[in-house]
Design a protein around this ligand. Structure first.
Ligand code: EPS
Length: 390
C-alpha cells in the first residue's frame, strides 16, 4: 500500500490517493472526519484553525460504504483558499497583477524550510516553499492514517496518540492498563494528556509562551495494542518495521527524535534491566513479562503493545523576532510573523497516531494475502493461532 499527497496550505484543497487497500473493507467518511476534527483541536492553536472546518470527500475507491480495491481518493477543502485565490492561483499573472497580489517572500524564517528549499528549487519567492512545507499537509496524512486505523481496528488492533510533555512539563501518568480509557481521557483533555494536573500546567505554559511571542514543543507517544508478533522483518534493513515507524515519525513537521520503549534511557541501564523476559500461557501464547523494548525485537513486533515517542521542536514561526537575512538585499532583519500556533503538540499526537497506524497497516498488507478484506482477516487470525502454538 502506498499513498501520495498533494496541495498547498492556502491552495484550493489537499488531496491524497491511497493505492493497495483490500476490497470489501467497510469505510465511512464520518470516521475520517472524526480524526480530522481531532487534529484541528488542541490548546495553543492559532487563528487559522478557526477558519478551517476539515471534512473529507471520498472521490474514488468506495461504493456503498465498502472499498472497491481501486485507488482511494480523498479530498479536503481549504476554507482559507477564498482569501488566497489570486496569490495562490494556478493561472499566470500579468505584470500589474504580479506587483499587486504576489506578496513575494524574500525573508526566510529561521527554523523553517524557506531558505534551504528556496536555494534548492530556485524559488526566489519563498512562498513557493512554505506553502508546501507547512504542517497543513498533515491534514491529509491524518486522513490516510484514519483509513489505516479503520483497517487495523477491524483486525482487532487499536492505536492511540497522546501527549507526554509540553514546554518541559511532564505527565506523571505513564502507565496505562486500558487503551480505551487512554482514548476517552485524552479526548476530553485540551492538550491530549492523561494527567489533568500536568495538563493545567501545560496550558499555562502555552499561555505564557504566547504572551512572550514565543512557542513551545513537547513529546508525544503512540501506543498500539493487539498487533501480532512478527510484523516487519530482521532479514533486511529496509524491512525493519521499527525503522519504518521511526522514519514516519521523523517525517512529521518539526519532529526531531524518536524513542521506542525505554528509549534513550537504555543507554544508562544494564541489559538485565532492559530486555524483557519471555513467558507462555495457553490463553495468550508467548508474551513478555515486561515491555521495556516498546514492542520490538529484531525489527519485528513482539506482540506486546508498541510504545513509540517522538519529540517536536517549538514551532519556528515566532512573534518574537529572530535574526535572518533578506535574500534580495542580503541585509539582516528581524523575522516576525502575523499568525501562527504557539503550540501544536496536541495536534501532532493525532498526526503521530496516523503515521504509525499507516506503517503497521502497510506491514500487514505486505505480509498477508490482501486483495480481499475477508481473506486478509482470516489469514491474520490463522497466523495468530499458529504463533500461539509455535
Ligand atoms: C503553519 C502555519 C499556520 C498553521 C498551519 C501550519 O497556518 P497559517 O500560515 O495559514 O496561519 O495554522 O497549520 C494548519 C493550517 C493546519 O491545518 O494544521 C505552518 O507554517 O506550518
Amino acid at each position: 500500500m502506498r499513498y501520495i499527497t498533494a496541495g498547498e496550505s492556502h491552495g484550493p484543497q489537499l488531496t491524497t490517493i491511497i493505492e493497495g487497500l483490500p476490497a470489501g473493507m467497510p469505510l465511512l467518511a464520518e470516521d475520517i472526519n472524526t480524526d480530522l476534527a481531532r487534529r484541528q483541536k488542541g490548546y495553543g492553536r492559532g487563528r487559522r484553525m478557526q477558519i478551517e472546518k476539515d471534512r473529507v470527500q471520498i472521490v474514488g475507491g468506495v461504493r456503498h460504504g465498502h472499498t472497491l480495491g481501486s485507488p482511494l481518493a480523498l479530498v479536503v477543502e481549504n476554507k482559507d483558499w477564498k482569501h488566497w485565490t489570486k496569490i495562490m492561483g494556478m493561472e499566470p499573472l500579468d505584470e500589474d497583477e504580479e506587483q499587486e497580489v504576489k506578496r513575494k517572500i524574500t525573508r526566510p524564517r529561521p527554523g523553517h524550510a524557506d531558505l534551504n528549499g528556496g536555494m534548492k528549487y530556485g524559488h526566489r519567492d519563498m512562498r513557493n516553499v512554505l506553502e508546501r512545507s507547512s504542517a497543513r499537509e498533515t491534514t491529509v496524512r491524518v486522513a490516510a492514517g484514519s483509513v489505516a486505523k479503520n483497517l487495523l481496528k477491524l483486525l482487532g488492533i487499536e492505536v492511540v496518540g497522546h501527549v507526554l510533555e509540553i514546554g518541559g512539563i511532564k505527565s506523571n501518568v505513564t502507565e496505562y492498563k486500558d487503551i480505551q480509557k487512554v482514548k476517552e481521557v485524552t479526548e476530553e483533555s485540551p492538550v491530549r494528556c492523561l494527567d489533568s494536573e500536568a495538563a493545567e500546567k501545560m496550558m499555562n505554559a502555552i499561555d505564557e509562551a504566547k504572551q512572550n511571542g514565543d512557542s513551545i514543543g513537547g513529546v508525544v507517544e503512540v501506543i498500539v495494542e493487539g498487533v501480532p508478533a512478527g510484523l516487519g522483518s530482521y532479514v533486511h534493513y529496509d524491512r525493519k518495521l521499527d525503522a519504518k515507524i521511526a522514519m514516519a515519525i521523523m517525517s512529521i513537521n518539526a519532529f526531531k527524535g524518536v524513542e521506542f520503549g525505554l528509549g534513550f534511557d537504555m543507554a544508562r541501564k544494564p541489559g538485565s534491566e532492559v530486555h524483557d523476559e519471555i513467558a507462555w500461557n495457553q490463553d495468550q501464547g508467548y508474551y513478555r513479562k515486561t515491555n521495556r523494548l516498546g514492542g520490538f525485537e529484531g525489527g519485528m513486533t513482539t506482540g506486546m503493545p508498541i510504545h513509540v515517542k517522538g519529540v517536536m521542536k517549538p514551532i519556528p514561526t515566532l512573534y518574537k523576532p529572530l535574526k535572518s537575512v533578506d535574500i534580495e538585499t542580503k541585509e539582516e532583519f528581524n523575522a516576525s510573523i502575523e499568525r501562527s500556533d504557539s503550540c501544536a503538540v496536541p495536534s501532532a499526537s493525532v498526526v503521530a497516531e496516523a503515521v504509525v497506524a499507516w506503517e503497521i497497516a502497510n506491514s500487514i498488507l505486505e505480509q498477508f494475502e490482501s486483495d480481499r478484506f475477508d481473506v486478509l482477516k482470516a489469514a491474520i487470525n490463522a497466523y495468530r493461532e499458529r504463533c500461539k502454538e509455535f
